[in-house]
Design a protein around this ligand. Structure first.
Ligand code: AQP
Length: 328
């Protein structure tokens, strides 16, 4: 019997994974597979809460699987599956809908931001997104959920849903802890908002190195540093926040000294970051290329993942239905 604690986390199939996803979540997920019984899901049912192209969705889901496996999620060490392949998530979502007050949903930051962007298409699905996310987590009775800081509010919401269910029907769902990754909130290359696929301010994990450099070259730095001879303030520079993710400590100190003493320019600083970033991304890109040649392996991993996930999900769902008084 598996006695390890369990975690679940999800990623949207909304385009290539970026370094915010990687340092905020995926890198942590890979580490956690050594300690926890891990479930990772590609949340296609969340992706359809905003405008999307149906013809492109299957490819995006498959690519999300490729990206995450290339980034280090090994199906031998964790369970990877597509959310819609485990229909128990949506059934539990309905049950949880019926214990969640409507007022709390409208207060969610992500809903406010996305409904602002999607003015023409604010669906009930977008409003109910956090309830489906609660179902994704609670259906595995997950002990913890590793995410970036942007998801902290949704996790607090999940704990409230669990408390409400337990208070009404009996102690059933554990309240999952939040595990925030090393890059809790990686900013976009615009330096203005969090790195996000939908904002187009991202550096892709498997993006072509030349394309990454072309994005980095004009990327925002310390605004007060107009000329190379101006001393800079690393803590005010977005590129310096990126250095902390990949640059070894000794080299970081050199960057700080070079920037504050104006002996290196912003472009030199970016070159050092780019070199260190490539040390992390090169092997991922190579694994991605190898996996592309073996799509059957990815498909099989997803099928096996869904099979394992469904066994647990079914059991939790049946227990919840019984507690709620539904006739079996
Ligand atoms: N900028 C970020 N910094 C740190 N962590 C981040 N995460 C996302 N962006 C950052 C974390 O990555 C995991 C998977 O994210 P997701 O794709 O499921 O959803 P998201 O947060 O909506 O990511 P995007 O890029 O912002 O997607 P779009 O633009 O499509 O909505 C999560 O654990 C998240 O915290």
């Amino acid at each position: 019997m598996n006695t390890r604690k369990r975690i679940l986390s999800g990623i949207q199939p909304s385009g290539t994974i970026h370094i915010g996803n990687y340092f905020g979540a995926i890198e942590n997920w890979v580490r956690l597979t050594r300690e926890y019984d891990c479930f990772f899901t590609i949340v296609d049912l969340h992706a359809i809460t905003v405008a999307y192209e149906p013809a492109l969705l299957p490819k995006r889901v498959f690519e999300a699987a490729l990206d995450n496996m290339a980034a280090g999620l090994d199906p031998e060490r964790c369970t990877i599956f597509v959310q819609s392949h485990v229909p128990e998530h949506t059934e539990l979502c309905w049950l949880l809908n019926c214990v969640t007050p409507l007022g709390e949903l409208g207060r969610m930051t992500q809903f406010k931001e996305k409904s602002e962007r999607e003015r023409e298409n604010v669906t009930a699905g977008l409003l109910n997104y956090p309830i489906l996310q609660a179902a994704d987590i609670l259906i595995y009775k997950a002990d913890a959920v590793p995410v970036g800081e942007d998801q902290a509010q949704h996790l607090e919401f999940t704990r409230e849903v669990a408390r409400r269910f337990n208070g009404r029907f009996g102690d059933y769902f554990p309240e999952p802890a939040t595990l925030i990754g090393r890059g809790a909130r990686v900013m976009g290359i615009d330096g203005a908002s969090k790195m996000s696929k939908s904002l187009g301010n991202h550096i892709g994990v498997v993006e072509d190195p030349d394309a990454i450099w072309e994005k980095l070259r004009p990327a925002k730095t310390d605004e007060a540093r107009k000329r190379r001879s101006d001393p800079g303030t690393p803590d005010l520079c977005n590129i310096f926040s990126y250095h902390k993710l990949v640059t070894p400590e000794g080299e970081i100190q050199e960057v700080v000294a070079g920037c504050t003493g104006a002996t290196i320019g912003c472009i030199d600083c970016k070159k050092i970051f780019f070199k260190n970033l490539m040390k992390v991304l090169d092997p991922i890109r190579e694994r991605r290329q190898a996996l592309e040649k073996d799509p059957e392996r990815v498909r099989e991993a997803l099928q096996e993942g869904a099979r394992k996930a469904r066994t647990i999900a079914r059991e939790t769902l049946d227990g919840a239905k019984k507690l709620m008084g539904l006739l079996s």
